[in-house]
Design a protein around this ligand. Structure first.
Ligand code: PLP
Length: 367
């Protein structure tokens, strides 16, 4: 049946009312929000703010964190976010003349901090290798021919959300040890790894290994700016000597202690919901013709690709914020604006919105 409707409705309508609220899939926070914080904590945070704190607070944090990640308190160094740990390592631990070998695309802030600290950076392109064994082989060859001061691996990888196997990382650690390179494993997204996937356990054994962790991602506390390095007792001694006194703030330490002691099911819920929404997000992207680069379904980020399209700019038209691949270009020549990093949303409403909005954008292309 042919019905008659107003022809004007088929055209774009001008209006000053934007139908879209912002869907933030850009920054790597916990989409599910912070863990529950008890009201008493609020009052506790205001106490003693006039003082340089007593180190018992920091000692308590070290004990709680060591218990949480299964290491010894003396192997920990606390910093202002894990970015603070990167800065500490690059500027104070490493010598003036330094070089870094990485695997791109990867966390670009680590690379730019390293370069600002006077270091030179080179990387292998992860997409050039069919599998991890081939990548490991190439890394080992690179280590032998031109040993860098430091090898930087983000695991899980930012932006792809890919997880490297512990077997590969252990072998890389041994190879680094043989040529005198430090291996820095950035586990900022470490809450999305299984215990046996983390390299924290190996820090007691290797003096050339540093693992970074943060409260910003899986623990949902990006605003408190608290991160830490895990290393052998010997390395931790150097790091703790060079960290600024009172580096993490007292309120940050109090919040972290509170959360570590009262986590309940928060972490498990975060992991489960992240996986559920990631699988659905991957499906819907592929239905809309957007490719997802190799990733793990356990992690909250992915790298999306659409040939010939400025993907972040295109999604922004529908108020979907993502992080353009062009940011990662210095770590991997291949990754440009056709790629974008997306953080998995934290609820079904936003997932449905993503589906509808991307559908709307693709129908505009097809028209
Ligand atoms: C791989 C990686 N390392 C480190 C950081 C820094 O996090 P923070 O300084 O909040 O601990 C991030 C944040 O995006 C990251 O993705």
């Amino acid at each position: 049946m042919n019905i008659q409707i107003n022809e004007q409705l088929g055209q774009e309508q001008s209006s000053y009312v934007a139908p879209y609220y912002t869907l933030d899939c850009a920054l790597g926070i916990n989409s599910l929000g912070a863990p529950k914080l008890s009201p008493e904590l609020g009052a506790e945070l205001l106490k003693e703010v006039d003082l340089y704190y007593c180190h018992s607070h920091l000692a308590e944090l070290a004990t709680n964190t060591a218990c949480y990640v299964g290491t010894k308190p003396e192997q920990l160094t606390f910093t202002n976010g894990s970015l603070g740990a990167l800065e500490l390592i690059f500027n104070k631990l490493l010598p003036k003349e330094k070089s870094m070998l990485g695997v791109g695309p990867q966390f670009v802030e680590a690379v730019s901090e390293f370069q600002i600290a006077g270091g030179t950076y080179r990387s292998l392109n992860m997409f050039d290798y069919w599998n991890e064994d081939e990548l490991l082989h190439a890394l080992k060859a690179e280590l032998k021919s031109n040993p860098p001061t430091i090898v930087y691996i983000d695991n899980p990888n930012n932006p792809t959300g890919l997880i490297y196997t512990r077997t590969t990382l252990m072998e890389l650690c041994r190879a680094c040890n043989e040529v005198g390179s430090i291996l820095l494993i950035d586990e900022a997204y470490g809450e999305f790894l299984a215990v046996e996937e983390s390299m924290i356990g190996a820090t007691a054994e290797f003096d050339n290994l540093i693992v970074l962790r943060t409260f910003s991602k899986g623990l949902g506390l990006a605003g408190i700016r608290l991160g830490y390095a895990v290393s052998s007792k010997k390395l931790a001694h150097y790091l703790n000597q060079s960290v600024l006194p009172f580096a993490p703030s007292l309120p940050a330490i109090k919040v972290a202690n509170h959360v570590l002691c009262n986590m309940g099911t928060y972490l498990r819920d975060t992991q489960e919901q992240t996986q559920t929404y990631k699988v659905e997000l991957m499906e819907l992207l592929s239905e809309h013709g957007i490719e997802v680069m190799p990733t793990s379904i356990k992690t909250p980020i992915l790298l999306a690709y659409m040939k010939g399209v400025d993907l972040a700019g295109w999604l922004k038209k529908a108020e979907i914020l993502t992080c353009s691949g062009s940011h990662f270009h210095v770590t991997c020549q291949e990754v440009d604006e056709q790629y974008t990093r997306m953080r998995v949303v934290g609820n079904r409403r936003d997932l449905v919105q993503l589906d509808q909005r991307i559908g709307h954008l693709t129908s505009q292309i097809n028209a």
